[in-house]
Design a binder for this molecule. Structure first.
Ligand code: GLA
Length: 388
């Protein structure tokens, strides 16, 4: 198979399970992004237990750049917000046992130049793909986010597939494993063409910290499960867990959905100041075990009624079954005879024997299954082991 980013003989699969880490954009966006934030976030990844729970990549998104390139055409770090430079920052991140990621865009502009009035010039990588990748690889990146940002504008003649393949070829030339995350917001059905060239591809527009956005994105994942697998992931965008705009329950359901979807788990909150409830959610061993299951099958929505959505994900040794109360009002379902049913007895999902509630780790027992508004319950049901 001509899998450009696939493993060479003797190499482990990169991103064999959905990548986990932190990205600066959702919380710090453009002008609040500084090296101090990134360094203290790396500290917090260690102190919170997140690193040990599997969060690995610290990704600096857009707005790290100085407004102009240097005389040799190389990108530079913004001198005010990144005074130590990117190589030093990568070293600090690596010294904490973490990996480092950065952001580029394939056209003439980055998205912040378009949407955040970032006053840069020629910060896009058009015609400089190799130079820019070599610059970042020289600083020590392990992860690249490559973000479309209307790259066809400005006379580039670029189309998505070609633009993202060009950078994949540049990555191939570098003797360094780099996870390649691409983003064109799902517009050209990247799940149909990106698996050979990228490890993850965005499937939708940008997430925002509100329930409607989380639900809209979750709905858009319906039908995409077959395209994901080890080394190739649908990316429904970064987490808003713990950000203002989502309640604790909404954050929990959002996180559980992303685990059921085998989505990359890139925390997008301020790890330096997060609440203990957010830390516990992000490091929950049962939810993370589903996310990182070795089989690497994405879950699918198998049923829906006016109140509930049902998701199922096949695991290496069983099944995860999730039921979400989409509504803001509390609801009560039933567990009866190995099924989850509505209060009226309509079957929603088969549970079988030995199911445990993932959040509480308690066995599923016959009787009422109560949901508060927008709450999701996920059960893990044992089954025969499937070789991975
Ligand atoms: C786009 C992407 C976001 C973020 C910003 C940066 O909107 O979808 O995830 O990278 O650009 O400007």
């Amino acid at each position: 198979m001509d899998d450009a980013n696939g493993p060479r003989a003797g190499e482990a699969v990169l991103a064999a399970t959905p990548p986990m880490g932190w990205n600066s954009w959702n919380r710090f966006r453009c002008y609040e992004l500084t090296e101090e934030v990134v360094m203290r976030t790396a500290d917090a990844l260690v102190a919170s237990g997140m690193r040990d729970a599997g969060y690995e990549y610290v990704v600096v998104d857009d707005c790290w750049q100085a407004f102009r390139r240097d005389p040799a055409g190389r990108l530079r770090a913004h001198p005010g917000r990144f005074p130590s430079g990117m190589a030093a920052l990568a070293d600090e991140v690596h010294a904490r046992g973490l990996k480092f990621g950065m952001y580029l865009a394939p056209g003439r502009k980055t998205c912040a130049m378009i949407y955040d009035r970032y006053p840069g010039e020629e910060l896009g990588s058009f015609g400089r793909e190799r130079q820019d990748l070599e610059t970042l690889a020289g600083w020590g990146i392990d992860y690249l986010k490559y973000d479309w940002c209307r790259a066809n504008r400005g006379g580039t003649g670029l189309a998505e597939g070609d633009a993202f393949a060009r950078m994949s070829a540049a990555i191939e030339r570098i003797d360094r494993p780099i996870v390649y995350s691409i983003s064109e917001y799902g517009r050209t059905r990247p799940w149909t063409w990106a698996p050979p060239i990228a490890h993850l591809w965005r499937t939708t527009g940008d997430i925002s910290p509100d329930w409607r956005s989380v639900m809209r994105i979750a709905d858009q994942q319906h039908g995409l499960a077959a395209y994901a697998g080890p080394g190739s992931w649908n990316d429904p965008d970064m987490l808003e867990v713990g950000n203002d705009g989502l309640s604790d329950i909404e954050s929990r359901s959002h996180f559980m959905l992303w685990a059921m979807l085998a989505a990359p788990l890139m925390a997008g909150n301020d790890l330096r100041t997060m609440e203990e409830s957010t830390r516990r959610l992000l490091t929950h061993p049962g939810v993370l075990a589903i996310s990182q299951d070795a089989l690497g099958r994405q879950g699918a929505r198998t049923a829906r009624d006016p109140t509930y959505d049902v998701w199922r994900r096949e695991l290496a040794d069983g099944t995860a079954v999730g039921v979400l109360n989409r509504r803001s009002r509390p609801a009560t379902a039933l567990i009866h005879d190995g099924w989850i049913t509505t209060a009226r007895g309509n079957r929603l999902a088969r549970l079988g024997d030995g199911a445990r509630n993932v959040w509480t780790d308690a066995s599923a027992t016959e009787g009422a299954l109560r949901f508060s508004g927008r709450e999701m319950h996920v059960f893990r049901v044992p089954g025969p082991a499937i070789a991975t």
